[in-house]
Design a protein around this ligand. Structure first.
Ligand code: AMP
Length: 453
């Protein structure tokens, strides 16, 4: 199972943190819309509420008030296999002889099947289909009174991407895999520390950004403050480029790089690489907006709101079945005829995955009077699946794995189509060591033996 998720944790020395976690999760809602959960420590016991639905649906004042505690974690989840059972909602909680534990995970383990088998052979029965539950079992298995040792051993066992927030031993713990594929950062406010998938959630709870959790690092927050242990000294930083392209919010800063600025730069470089004579740059809202601004500035073509988005519909992709996705695009976006009529349009979006969005939007703009529609994508063609937590489907579903650019252009009915080059993408983010496997098939080295492009 692949999962896109958001995690948030809070440790206060003197105040309940339930509302901070709630606001943090609401800010991370774009990372997962299928389920939400919060777990807090209450008298050396974990109290957890989780269910299917948006953060605002799962938590009402009545149940949130019951989660009073000074240390807690939260999770928003989006599974990509259609298995959206409430039992897979996180955090996962365990009570065992030596204590309790709650864990929330963003990422994907590539050796989950192997580990599940091992655990089952030892007589451990897992209750869910989620790989995150495996991590919980491993930590409990290795725990012999030494927390760091059990975490280190678990990190040696699990392969893949993981940004974890954990409650254990009256501590809040944050861990990032040795490649730092999924983001996790630390914040501080008065007498409280925070861990968050993205910095935008720190802003919302009024915390200052302290730093990113380093790849291969364990961060422990307890009554003594913050302590960090670098487990993997040969950590090889390789954050996911798709966080910059699409997944993270534009007001987040990851690895010191503003997501908005990176997207704007992708659009600017796209205009340099793939200029076309046109009257209007039209962004696909919201994901195409920053790149459209960059394209417009660089090309000198004005930008206009040719598409209007229904603000009450979530990310279309979030619906795991294709039929739902198509309906999703239709109710999500409509053309503004007065703006697009008789215009040559450059339609800018951040990515093409299955082609569902463009196949709907190009004919819609033409039907609404556009003279020409030139599609410009601010990332390269996605040719390879992601095994690290972004919902990029199998090769069979990826339109760029099946068709050449010219064929896709015909398929979506555009007058022209072009993508940003990998080189310009990396330059836009300003990082060379970045996982761009969905574009070039170069998976991080530990995964190469599992996946051959
Ligand atoms: P598609 O319609 O299948 O070609 O998908 C492309 C659209 O979905 C674009 O508008 C993207 O902004 C958005 N998108 C791309 N990747 C993802 C993802 N992993 N999860 C959700 N939405 C995505």
């Amino acid at each position: 199972m692949k999962e896109e998720c958001g995690v948030f944790g809070a440790y206060s020395f003197n105040k309940p943190i339930n509302y901070d976690i709630y606001f943090g999760l609401q800010t991370l809602q774009h990372r997962g819309q299928e389920s939400a959960g919060i777990a807090v420590i209450q008298n050396s016991y974990v109290n957890c509420i989780k269910d299917k639905g948006l953060v605002s649906e799962v938590f009402l004042k009545e149940n949130l008030d019951k989660l009073e505690g000074n240390v807690g974690i939260g999770h928003v989840r989006y599974s990509t296999t259609g298995n959206s059972d409430a039992c897979n909602a996180q955090p996962f909680v365990a009570n065992f002889t030596n204590g309790y534990m709650a864990l929330a995970h963003n990422g994907n383990l590539i050796n989950a099947l192997e580990l599940r088998k091992e655990l089952e052979e030892e007589g451990r029965i897992l209750q869910t289909t989620s790989d995150s539950e495996i991590i919980l079992h491993l930590i409990a298995k290795y725990y012999r009174g030494n927390l760091i040792e059990s975490l280190k051993k678990t990190m040696e066992k699990i392969k893949g991407s993981y940004a974890l927030v954990i409650l254990m031993d009256d501590k809040l713990i944050g861990i990032r895999d040795k490649n730092g594929i999924r983001p996790l950062c630390i914040g501080k406010k008065d007498n409280a520390y925070y861990l968050s998938s993205e910095s935008c959630a720190l802003d919302v709870v009024g915390a200052e950004f302290v730093r990113d959790v380093e790849p291969g690092e364990i961060v422990i927050i307890d009554k003594n403050g913050l302590n960090a242990v670098k487990v993997d000294t040969d950590a090889d930083k390789m954050p996911c480029v798709f966080e910059y392209i699409y997944f993270s919010r534009p007001d987040s800063v990851l690895e010191g790089i503003s997501v908005y600025k990176a997207r704007y730069e992708m659009g600017r470089r796209l205009a340099i690489e793939n200029y076309v004579v046109a009257d209007l740059v039209v962004p696909v809202p919201d994901s195409g907006i920053p790149a459209s601004r960059g394209y417009s500035i660089q090309s000198g073509i004005p930008i206009g709101e040719g598409l209007i988005k229904n603000k009450y519909i979530g990310r279309t992709f979030i619906y795991p079945q294709q039929r739902n996705r198509e309906i999703g695009v239709r109710i999500k976006l409509n053309a503004l005829k007065e703006i697009v009529r008789n215009k040559k349009i450059v339609l800018v979006d951040d990515s093409i995955v299955r082609g569902t969005t463009m196949k709907r939007l190009v004919p819609l703009l033409k039907k609404s009077g556009a003279k020409e529609v030139h599609v410009r994508i601010s990332s390269p063609p996605i040719k390879y699946p992601c095994y690290f937590g972004i919902d990029i489907p199998t090769k069979e579903e990826l339109v760029s794995a099946k068709m050449e650019v010219q064929e896709i252009c015909k398929y979506i009915g555009a007058d022209s189509l072009s993508f940003l080059s990998i080189d310009s993408l990396k330059k836009s983010v300003g990082m060379n060591n970045i996982c761009a496997a969905c574009f070039d098939g170069n998976y991080p080295s530990f995964a190469a033996k599992f996946y051959v492009a």
